[in-house]
Ligand binder design. Sequence first.
Ligand SMILES: NC(=O)C1=CN([C@@H]2O[C@H](COP(=O)(O)OP(=O)(O)OC[C@H]3O[C@@H](n4cnc5c(N)ncnc54)[C@H](O)[C@@H]3O)[C@@H](O)[C@H]2O)C=CC1
Ligand SMILES: Nc1nc(O)c(N)c(N[C@@H]2O[C@H](COP(=O)(O)O)[C@@H](O)[C@H]2O)n1
Length: 291
Amino acid sequence: MAKPPSILFNTLFRADTDWDHVSLYDPDDDRPVPSPMADDTRRPWVTLTFAQSLDAKIAGEAGKQLILSGKESMVMTHWMRSMHDAILVGIGTALNDNPQLNTRHLPQLSDDGRKKYNLPRPIILDTHLRLRSDCKLLSNYKVGTGRRPWVVSTTPGSDEGFSAWEKKKKILEAAGARVINIEPSQAGLSIPSLLTILRTLGVRSLMVEGGAGVIKSFLTSAQLQDIAPSDQPSLIQTVDAIIVTVAPTFVGQEGVGYGDDLLASKMLNMKHICTELFGPDTVMGFTTTLS
Ligand SMILES: NC(=O)C1=CN([C@@H]2O[C@H](COP(=O)(O)OP(=O)(O)OC[C@H]3O[C@@H](n4cnc5c(N)ncnc54)[C@H](O)[C@@H]3O)[C@@H](O)[C@H]2O)C=CC1
Ligand SMILES: Nc1nc(O)c(N)c(N[C@@H]2O[C@H](COP(=O)(O)O)[C@@H](O)[C@H]2O)n1
């Protein structure tokens, strides 16, 4: 069987991990698959990942979805998906791309083997519950080719907004989604609060795939964040690793980028772990520490 790419082992896992079980599970075995783990036990390990052009664009004009990754780096991304408990996108991506977020590009496993690829749980940041009840994530869940999607939202303040929100919640739940409510923050949803809630729900590792708004949000909240404002703040880091695929193409200024508002003084320290070529694409793996 093909092995996962070494850039993923080197960037995401500790050296003593049992490589043979990474990405795979045996339905008759209760032991969980190995997962990247954060030292901070209050939150999951977070891998921020995306594919970009040479001019740092992740989508085309007006958000047109672009297939930037070649087939080799796309397979690498699907290995990465199989190494995380959950995979997160923003509602912009969910509406625009109607993604599946599964591991379908991995090499086929032999039918007589009992092992299966680990499927990450889809999580959608969707403040106003705009997810479509006929999206691929929900239809995959219904036919057993995807895990139940979790939709993360905030309860609206006004009574009027609340009844519309409740109606949408019921529709999404009837279609199979689990709706999780968290406290709003200035930027929409508080990422540190989200991470602590996900950890209590059993998520050990989270792969954040985008889009532009979500990438910015994780990069700008990547410094220590307060999860319990008080005299004794409880602080949390929100990104552990960054894995970027760079495709050998320019998109142009009409494309969608993620870097405009980033401040160098607010960025995490990035430690380059390795760079590997996948067909025409370059993939870089970093771990992050606080500056
Ligand atoms: N090349 C790549 O690797 C990827 C490209 N994309 C592209 O990105 C584009 C979508 O990007 P966006 O429109 O920016 O949508 P997005 O997927 O980043 O979602 C942003 C939305 O998420 C919600 N949200 C709730 N809490 C939030 C928080 N704390 N931080 C940020 N967002 C929060 C808000 O409603 C916000 O409008 C699409 O064109 C898609 O094709 C998406 C993923 C990966
Ligand atoms: N790795 C990668 N390369 C690209 O070129 C991309 N456009 C993306 N996009 C992300 O993948 C999602 C689509 O996933 P499915 O193929 O439907 O499983 C898309 O919504 C983005 O999150 N990624």
